[in-house]
Design a protein around this ligand. Structure first.
Ligand code: 13P
Length: 366
């Protein structure tokens, strides 16, 4: 078995040549294109390109995606042994606990001022109506810096958007956690940008790593979503970030640059875009990026925007950090020059959440 990479593939993909060792076709080499983060395997460049462009799998005959996630791996052979191998293939370890799905509420704190700071807090909890109301009450009662210092945006699951919007203090805003890539239509279960606008919800989060990895959203698909949401007047928090494997292989900057490029390719006006850098290995793991690691990536992203978009966009685009931010580490992270805010999950369940909001003043106090 040989591994290589192909120039046309985005970071995070590998190409494998597998030699058949038995049967009449022994010696035949099968090429597989593998997206490492999802484990999906494809048999042709055409299928990979379709997947990268649309974020979906090409229409194929039933049963041609085997239990390993190989797309069309059995195509052309249809042999009994292949079907058997497919049936017996070990399923990859699922990273997602479907039996204990966390309901999530995201709190986004965004500085309204051009030169100011932008914390983005994500709140994870069992999201029943009563619990959501409790959270909103705590927020409503909290003493936090004024709107001209910190802009707070709360992002609950879709079903609670109206409830939260109705109860939340007027100086805090609301965001949806996702929206459909294009105009609404026959896409059962999807929520269009138009619907979010119709609810007077001004923000949407797009490209969260969980959607990229669990729902196979490609860079290009996220770029399309960002552009469409912006075209409908929504403000977008666009998430990017590398996996642990990508960090360890030294490709962090290439990965976040490719993710940002896919957005830049589709977006001309960056005024309503906030970039959220979230290293996947730091989300919900308790392993926070060090302030130096966060600053390094944020600075490189700003340089990337400077060189590839414009000096003005580089200076004005807010780049916020997400991944195990808490009351203890927020001040040090917030003090870094290119960290413009946070996206916080677990810690926003606790009283320290208010401290994280308050860390918006760290740079101003200098
Ligand atoms: O997922 C996150 C933001 O979207 C971050 O979550 P944690 O703060 O729990 O790591």
């Amino acid at each position: 078995m040989m591994s290589e990479s192909a120039n046309w593939l985005p970071p995070g993909w590998i190409v494998q040549d597998r030699v058949r060792t038995s049967g009449a076709t022994a010696g035949t080499v099968d090429k597989y294109y593998i997206e490492r983060v999802s484990g999906r395997r494809f048999r042709s460049k055409k299928e990979v390109q379709y997947y990268l462009e649309t974020g979906t799998l090409k229409n194929k005959k039933r049963g041609t995606e085997n239990s390993e996630g190989d797309v069309n791996a059995a195509q052309g052979s249809g042999s009994h042994s292949n079907k058997k191998a497919s049936k017996n293939a070990k399923r990859p370890e699922m990273k997602f606990d479907y039996l204990n799905v966390p309901d999530r509420i995201e709190w986004i704190l965004i500085d309204a001022k051009e030169d100011a700071w932008t914390p983005f807090i994500e709140f994870k909890k069992n999201g029943t109506t009563e619990e959501v109301k409790k959270i909103v009450t705590i927020l409503n009662e909290a003493e936090v810096p004024s709107e001209d210092v910190v802009e707070v945006v709360v992002s609950p699951p879709f079903v609670f958007l109206s409830l939260v919007k109705g109860l939340l203090r007027p100086d805090f805003q609301v965001a949806a956690q996702n929206c459909w890539v294009r105009k609404g239509g026959a896409f059962t279960g999807e929520i269009s940008a138009e619907m979010i606008v119709n609810l007077s919800v001004p923000w949407v989060i797009l490209g969260h790593s969980e959607r990229r990895s669990l729902l196979n959203e490609s860079n290009e698909f996220v770029g399309d979503k960002v552009a469409y949401a912006l075209s409908k007047g929504l403000k977008v928090i666009a998430c990017i970030g590398e996996t642990l494997e990508q960090r360890e292989s030294g490709s962090t900057l290439a990965v976040v640059a490719a993710q940002t490029k896919a957005i830049a390719d589709k977006v001309t006006n960056w005024a309503n875009v906030v970039l959220a850098y979230e290293p996947v290995w730091a989300i919900g793991t308790g392993k926070v990026a060090t302030p130096a690691q966060a600053q390094e990536v944020h600075l490189e992203l700003r340089k990337w925007l400077h060189d590839n978009v414009s000096a003005e966009v580089a200076a004005s685009t807010r780049i916020i950090y997400g991944g195990s931010v808490n009351g203890a580490n927020c001040k040090e992270l917030a003090a870094k020059p290119d960290v413009d805010g946070f996206l916080v999950g677990g810690a926003s369940l606790k009283p320290e959440f208010i401290d994280i909001i308050k860390s918006a003043t760290v740079k101003k106090d200098d």
